[in-house]
Write a protein of this length. Structure first.
Length: 94
């Protein structure tokens, strides 16, 4: 469990050390780099990152970069997951 200043505690999965999380975080924070974010999400999945780890990075960016940037990032991540068959329905528009 991760404890954030005694306020929130929730399970978090460790990220790989290849830098994929940093790339995804930076591109999400910029808020206008969806094509580049999509490529980095594909790359992160290719090197062994789990969908849960990628989603966690985008969720954290809501705090640091703002909710709109995180929503844009999550939409991009969801689209990539749909392309790769990682969503239950395979549809990124649901």
């Amino acid at each position: 469990m991760t404890n954030i200043h005694g306020i929130i505690a929730y399970p978090i999965t460790p990220f790989t050390a290849d830098g994929s999380g940093v790339d995804a975080a930076a591109l999400t924070a910029l808020g206008h780099c969806q094509p580049q974010l999509a490529e980095h999400v594909h790359g992160a999945l290719n090197v062994g990152c789990t969908p849960e780890q990628i989603v966690e990075v985008v969720i954290q960016m809501a705090v640091y970069a703002g909710f709109p940037a995180a929503l844009n990032g999550m939409h991009t991540v969801k689209t990539v997951f749909a392309e790769r068959g990682l969503l239950p329905t395979g549809n990124a528009n649901e």
